[in-house]
Design a protein around this ligand. Structure first.
Ligand code: ADP
Length: 425
């Protein structure tokens, strides 16, 4: 602003000087033309100098100028210096990012809109076999496993994908896809071979121990039953009490072993499926839960006769666990609603009770193995703490999910949600 005023002032002074000179020698119009011409030529020279400087990339020192031009050059210089500084900072950040991603324990690959590789770290070469020269190539053309291509297409449906490493078939990889930016995705691959080995060892160990415990428990139970049935002439209170306790605990251990074996089977064995008449299955379970054939506490509503493609025995375990829990954790005089219905694309099994309910903090944990809510109850309730873990596993194997709604002191609703899409009904 000031620079402009100075320029105008300079011009005015020249005009005043010409006017004074005019009183002595005349020629005012010629002098004014000369002044304007001079000013124009000076501005043209300075503009040309600026254009030259900019066309050379505004490098080196700033050209000499005066007045407004000095200011213009200075502003250009400042912008250029700030840009240089930002560029330096950015390349420092990129360098740090590269260094940190190279020491990451996981392989990381940035994928573009068409799943083409935009960038990958060092480990991506080691565990996914991707080279720097693969940049720009579509990743499904390099990792040619059908489940991987499927995962890239429908990644929202899965949390992660387990595949064998394309470099070493003995290695197991866990892949995760994270969306970011405009259509880009970050693929993270972790070598989980060791974890998977440990998991298999744990599953085998539990399955073997449970299996080995079965026979001794059956023998023990047989002897205990014989002893309980025997007439004891000198039968003492202590002996009777001890035998009863031993029988109860042996039965408990048998339930535990059976549940553990069932869980091991659910985790390891291939599922055999058939068409299951769910309405009939639920009816049988409800009848079995009462001694005299009809359970008066259960209000059964079979709103659909549709069945499922699934494993009948697994579904029987899951449904009976839910129904027996509802009966167990609610007062003896209360009703339990069991509803089988269809809504839009889904089939629901609802088990609703007016029982003790579950505290919000415990709801996410009740499907964990051995998790039991310890609350004061009028009478002791036995259980293995494995029932809901079994339910969760069975539902997972049927591509279904368990939804739990519960309020302490009011009651609970356990809902099994089966999706009917692509399912033979
Ligand atoms: P278990 O019944 O053998 O203890 P589960 O895995 O079936 O084991 O259930 C885990 C825990 O969840 C139970 O101990 C109980 O505290 C709680 N729970 C399950 N079902 C219900 C229910 N219908 N109402 C209240 N609490 C329940």
């Amino acid at each position: 602003m000031w620079a402009w005023r100075k320029e105008i002032l300079k011009l005015l002074l020249l005009i005043i000087f010409a006017a004074i000179l005019n009183t002595f020698i005349g020629y005012l119009s010629q002098m004014l033309i000369l002044i304007l011409l001079g000013t124009l030529i000076r501005q043209a020279i300075l503009i040309t100098r600026l254009e030259h400087w900019l066309s050379r990339g505004a490098g080196g020192g700033i050209p000499k100028g005066s007045g407004i031009w000095e200011d213009i050059y200075y502003h250009f210089y400042r912008i250029r210096a700030a840009k240089k500084k930002r560029k330096k900072q950015l390349s420092k950040i990129i360098k740090q990012f590269r260094q940190s991603t190279d020491v990451l324990p996981d392989a990381a690959v940035v994928l573009g809109k068409d799943d083409e590789i935009e960038w990958s770290n060092k480990l991506a070469k080691k565990i996914l076999g991707l080279n720097k020269s693969d940049k720009g190539q579509r990743i499904p053309n390099l990792i040619r496993q059908p489940e991987f291509s499927q995962y890239l297409k429908n990644s929202q449906e899965y949390d992660s994908l387990i595949i064998n490493s394309p470099v070493d078939s003995q290695s197991i990889l866990q892949l995760r896809l994270v969306k970011y930016g405009s259509g880009q995705r970050l693929l993270i691959a972790q070598d989980v071979t060791q974890q998977k080995k440990m998991e298999v060892m744990r599953k085998n160990f539990v399955a073997n121990v449970s299996h080995e415990l079965r026979t001794p428990l059956t023998v023990l139970k047989g002897y205990l039953e014989t002893l309980e049935d025997m007439e004891h002439s000198d039968e003492s209170q202590l002996l009777r009490h001890s035998l009863k306790q031993m029988s109860t605990q042996t039965a408990r251990m048998q339930y535990l072993v059976n549940d553990l074996l069932l869980l091991a089977r659910l985790e390891t064995q291939q599922q055999k499926t058939n068409y299951v008449d769910v309405a009939e299955l639920i009816q049988t379970i409800c009848n079995e839960s009462a001694q005299d054939g009809v359970n008066l506490r259960i209000d059964l509503q079979l709103e659909t006769q549709l069945g499922l493609e699934g494993n009948k025995e697994e579904l029987r375990s899951a449904f009976s666990n839910l129904i027996n829990n509802a009966l167990k954790y609610s007062p003896l005089n209360s009703k339990v609603k069991v509803i089988w219905k269809k809504q839009a694309n889904e089939l629901y099994l609802d088990v609703i009770d007016n029982g003790e309910g579950i505290a919000p903090a415990h709801i996410p944990r009740v499907t964990e193995r051995f998790f039991r809510v310890e609350v004061k109850r009028p009478h002791k309730l036995t259980g293995t703490g494995l029932g809901l873990a079994i339910v969760k596993h069975v539902l997972m194997r049927h591509e279904a999910k368990l939804e739990i709604k519960s309020q302490l002191g009011v009651g609970s609703q356990f809902r099994c949600v089966f999706i009917t899409k692509n399912r033979k009904l």
